[in-house]
Design a protein. Structure first.
Length: 725
C-alpha cells in the first residue's frame, strides 16, 4: 500500500480512491476532512490521472488553500506548480481576467472593497435622486449582494422581487450601479462569480474549454456554498462529472451570508448515481462530547444523517493527540446571573492554568457579541491574558485603506473612488466645492476624475490652494508611476507615503493611536515585499483581507460561535444557553423552523470544538444591555442525553447531581446575594481600576458603582473590580 494511503482509515481511503463520477464526502467534525481532501488531490497526481493544471480545487479561505497546497507538496515530496487552487473569489477573479471583454470589462479591472461599494452606490443614488435617509445605502447594498449571491444580474431579477425598495426603483438602481461599475472598469466581490457564471452560461465555447481542461473538481466546505457558487460548480462539472464535494450538513451555519444548506442536501438529485461516503470516526473529542453532540443534532429533520464515534486506535490520529480515554461528561452549570457566570468561567480558567493547562487551549464561545463584555471585565480583573477574535482586521484600518487607495491609483489612473479617497489625505485644501466641480466636469466629459482635474487646471478654473494641492498630487502620481516601472513597487510605495506627506501627517498627530498607525504602515510596506507586483498585492488584499493572529502567544480565545468554526481547543466554555439568548430569538422570528435547525447546528459546532472538556453555562437572570432579564434554560439542554451531562452551579447546588434544572423563575431576583463591598469604598472614595485607572465614586447601589474616572470619564462598574486608591 502506498504510504499516503496507509495513514487513512477505511472510509477515508474509500473517499480518496473513488475517483470516477460524483462523490459527496460527509465529513463530521474532527474526522480528517482536510487529510482526505489533500490526499485525494495528491493521489490523482501520483496515479497520473491528471496534471496539476487539470484539477480545480476550491476552498472558502486563503488559509485553507495555503494549507492544502502545503500538504499536497508534503505528500508528493516537492512543490507543485500550475495549480488551480484557491478560494471561490480568487479563482473567479483569475477566470474573469482571462475573459474580461465578455463581461464588458478590461483585464486590469479593479475589485472594490465594501467601503468603496457603498460610496459608489451613494453616488448612484444621488444621481437617481433616491433619498439616502429614507433608504439607507447599506440596506440597498445588502439586497444587491443577495441577488448576486443568487446569480441574478439586473436582467434576471423578477420585478416583484424588488418590492417597494428605493421607492419601487430598486431594479433601476441595481442596473445603474452595475453600469457605473463597468464605466469605472471595476467589479465588487459579488460580480466576480456572477460575471464568470454568466460567461459560462452564455458562451458554450468557453465552457467547453474548461470542460476539456478540468478533469477533476474538488470542493471544500460544500455546505457553505451559496446559489451562484453552486451554479458555477454545476456548469463546470456538467461534462466529466468528476466532482468531489466535502462537507458537513450538520455544520451549515452561514445562511445569513447566503449559504444554502439545500445545496449539500440535494447533491444526489443534482448528480444521479453519486457516491456518498460518510466519515464518522472522530479523532478530536472524547466519547461523552461526541455522544452529547450527536444526541443534540439528531433533533434536526433536515440532515443527511451520520453519528460521530471515537476513532479509538484507528489511523489518522488527531493533530493535537490529546484526547483522553473515556473522558468526562459535559458539565452544565446553572447560575444565578450573568455576573456569576463570568466569575465561574474565570475561576475554572485559573484552576486549569494552575494545573498546567495552556490558556491558548481554552476558548469562550458566545452566541451574541453583547455577551463578551462580562468575560472581558472578569479576565481583566483576574489578570488573565485574552484575545477577542473577530476585531478590526489589518487591511480594514483607515491608514492601510488610504495606502491601498494610493496603490490602486498607480495601477489604474482612472480609479475614481481611490482618487476621491486620497485627494485630501493629507489635507491639500480640496473642499466640497472643488470636489463638486471635478465630478461635474468628469460627468460632462465622461472621463475619470484625474482627467477632469487636469482639464480644470489647464483651463485655469481650479485655482487657489485647492488648485495647488491637486496639481501637486497629479505631478506626484505621474512621478510615482515612472518610479514603479523602474524601482519596483516596494520602493515606490515607500516614496508615496513619505513624499506625499502621509507619514509626516501621522508624525504630527499627537494622539495615542498615531504611533501604532505608523507601525501599521511599516507592516504594510513589509507585506508588499511578498508579492511580485503591486497589482498582485492589490488582488490579494481585495480577495483575502486577512490579518494573521499570533497563535504562539498564550491567551484565552473569546469569540462568537460563528467565528469558532474550524477551530479546536482542549477546553470550551459555552455560556448563555438560555431561551432569549440561544437559540437567538431574532433568528427564530425571521426564519422559523428552518432557523431553529441552524441554531441547533450552531450549538453542535460549539460542542464539537472541544477535545477534552465542555462547560455549558446558563443563568437565571441576565443583564442584556441595560436591563435584567429572567431566563429559562435553553431548549437545547433538554435535547442532550442526560447520561452525558454532569450538572452543578449555585442554582443547582441543592438538587441531586444529574437532575433536570428547575425553571429559572424558581430562583427569584431577591434571592441573589452580592458579595460584600470591599472595605473603604463608599461615595466620595478614591479608587483604582486596572483598566480605567484612578477615579472617584459618585454613586453606589448594591454592588454597582458609578465612578468618575480621571482619564476615562464616568463609568458604571462592579465594586469587586476596584480597590481603594
Amino acid at each position: 500500500m502506498a504510504e499516503h494511503l496507509a495513514r487513512l482509515n477505511p472510509e477515508q481511503r474509500m473517499a480518496v480512491e473513488t475517483l470516477e463520477g460524483p462523490v459527496l464526502v460527509l465529513a463530521g467534525a474532527g474526522t480528517g476532512k482536510t487529510r482526505v481532501l489533500t490526499t485525494r488531490f495528491a493521489h490523482i497526481l501520483l496515479t497520473g490521472r491528471a496534471s496539476p493544471g487539470q484539477i480545480l480545487a476550491v476552498t472558502f479561505t486563503n488559509k485553507a488553500a495555503r494549507e492544502m497546497r502545503e500538504r499536497v507538496a508534503a505528500i508528493l515530496g516537492r512543490p507543485v506548480e500550475g495549480l488551480w487552487l484557491g478560494t471561490f473569489h480568487a479563482l473567479a477573479a483569475r477566470l474573469l481576467r482571462r475573459h474580461a471583454s465578455l463581461a464588458g470589462l478590461q483585464a486590469n479591472f479593479t475589485i472594490l472593497d465594501a467601503d468603496d461599494q457603498l460610496r459608489l452606490l451613494k453616488q448612484v443614488m444621488e444621481a437617481e435622486r433616491i433619498d439616502a435617509k429614507r433608504w439607507p445605502p447599506p440596506l440597498l447594498m445588502n439586497q444587491i449582494q443577495r441577488w448576486k449571491d443568487r446569480g441574478e444580474g439586473p436582467a434576471r431579477v423578477m420585478p416583484a422581487a424588488a418590492g417597494d425598495l428605493a421607492g419601487g426603483r430598486m431594479l433601476a438602481l441595481y442596473g445603474a450601479y452595475q453600469a457605473r461599475l463597468k464605466a469605472l472598469n471595476a467589479t465588487d466581490f459579488g460580480d466576480l462569480l456572477l460575471h464568470v457564471t454568466d460567461i459560462l452560461r452564455e458562451n458554450p465555447d468557453v465552457l467547453a474549454q474548461y470542460h476539456r481542461q478540468f478533469r477533476y473538481l474538488l470542493v471544500d466546505e460544500y455546505q457553505d456554498t451559496n446559489v451562484v457558487q453552486y451554479l458555477w460548480l454545476r456548469l463546470l462539472a456538467q461534462a466529466g462529472r468528476n466532482i468531489c464535494c466535502v462537507g458537513d450538513d450538520d455544520q451549515s451555519i452561514y445562511s445569513w451570508r447566503g449559504a444554502e444548506v439545500e445545496n449539500i442536501l440535494r447533491f444526489e438529485k443534482d448528480f444521479p448515481g453519486a457516491r456518498v461516503i460518510r466519515l464518522e470516526r472522530n479523532y478530536r473529542s472524547t466519547a461523552p462530547i461526541l455522544a452529547a453532540a450527536s444526541g443534540l443534532i439528531a433533533h434536526n429533520a433536515g440532515r443527511l444523517g451520520k453519528t460521530l464515534r471515537p476513532g479509538g486506535g484507528d489511523r489518522a490520529p488527531a493533530s493535537g493527540g490529546k484526547k483522553a480515554g473515556g473522558g468526562e461528561n459535559v458539565t452544565v452549570l446553572s447560575l444565578w446571573d450573568s455576573e456569576e457566570e463570568a466569575r465561574a468561567v474565570g475561576e475554572r480558567i485559573e484552576a486549569l492554568q494552575r494545573s498546567g493547562e495552556s490558556l491558548a487551549e481554552m476558548a469562550i464561545l458566545v452566541r451574541a457579541g453583547f455577551q463578551t463584555r462580562a468575560f472581558e471585565e472578569r479576565l481583566i480583573g483576574l489578570g488573565i491574558p485574552y484575545r477577542v477574535i473577530g476585531g478590526l482586521r489589518f487591511y480594514e484600518r483607515a491608514e492601510i485603506r488610504d495606502a491601498i487607495a494610493y496603490a490602486r491609483l498607480l495601477v489604474q489612473p482612472g480609479d475614481d473612488l481611490a482618487f476621491e479617497r486620497v485627494i485630501n489625505v493629507p489635507r491639500r485644501g480640496v473642499g466640497a466645492v472643488a470636489l463638486r466641480a471635478l465630478h461635474e466636469r468628469a460627468r460632462a466629459e465622461d472621463v475619470p476624475l484625474t482627467a477632469a482635474a487636469s482639464a480644470l487646471l489647464a483651463a485655469g478654473t481650479l485655482r487657489g490652494r485647492a488648485g495647488e494641492g491637486v496639481r501637486g498630487l497629479l505631478a506626484h502620481l505621474a512621478l510615482w508611476r515612472e518610479r514603479l516601472a523602474g524601482e519596483g513597487h516596494v520602493a515606490t510605495m515607500r516614496a508615496v507615503l513619505d513624499e506625499g506627506g502621509y507619514t509626516d501627517m501621522l508624525r504630527a498627530d499627537k494622539s495615542p493611536e498615531a504611533p501604532g498607525r505608523l507601525e501599521n504602515l511599516k507592516e504594510f510596506i513589509r507585506a508588499l515585499a511578498d508579492f511580485e507586483s503591486l497589482a498582485g498585492f492589490l488582488d490579494h488584499v481585495a480577495l483575502v483581507m486577512e490579518n494573521e493572529e499570533n497563535a504562539a502567544s498564550d491567551k484565552v480565545s473569546l469569540m462568537t460561535l460563528h467565528a469558532a468554526k474550524g477551530l479546536e481547543f482542549d477546553t470550551v466554555f459555552l455560556p448563555g444557553w438560555e431561551e432569549g439568548v440561544f437559540p437567538n430569538p431574532r433568528a427564530l422570528d425571521e426564519g422559523g423552523a428552518k432557523a431553529l435547525e441552524e441554531e441547533r447546528r450552531l450549538a453542535y459546532v460549539g460542542i464539537t470544538r472541544a477535545r477534552l472538556r465542555v462547560i455549558i453555562l446558563h443563568a437565571a437572570q441576565r443583564r442584556i444591555y441595560a436591563n435584567w432579564q429572567e431566563s429559562l434554560p435553553s431548549r437545547f439542554l433538554d435535547e442532550i442525553p442526560e447520561e452525558w451531562l454532569s450538572r452543578g452551579g449555585s442554582a443547582a447546588q441543592n438538587r441531586h447531581r444529574g437532575a433536570r434544572p428547575a425553571p429559572a423563575t424558581a430562583f427569584p431576583l431577591q434571592a441573589r446575594v452580592s458579595p460584600a463591598r470591599p472595605r473603604g469604598i463608599a461615595v466620595g472614595s478614591r479608587i483604582f481600576h486596572q483598566k480605567f485607572g484612578h477615579g472617584t465614586v459618585v454613586a453606589a447601589e448594591a454592588d454597582r458603582l458609578e465612578i468618575a474616572f480621571d482619564a476615562a470619564g464616568t463609568k458604571h462598574v462592579l465594586d469587586r473590580f476596584v480597590e481603594p486608591a
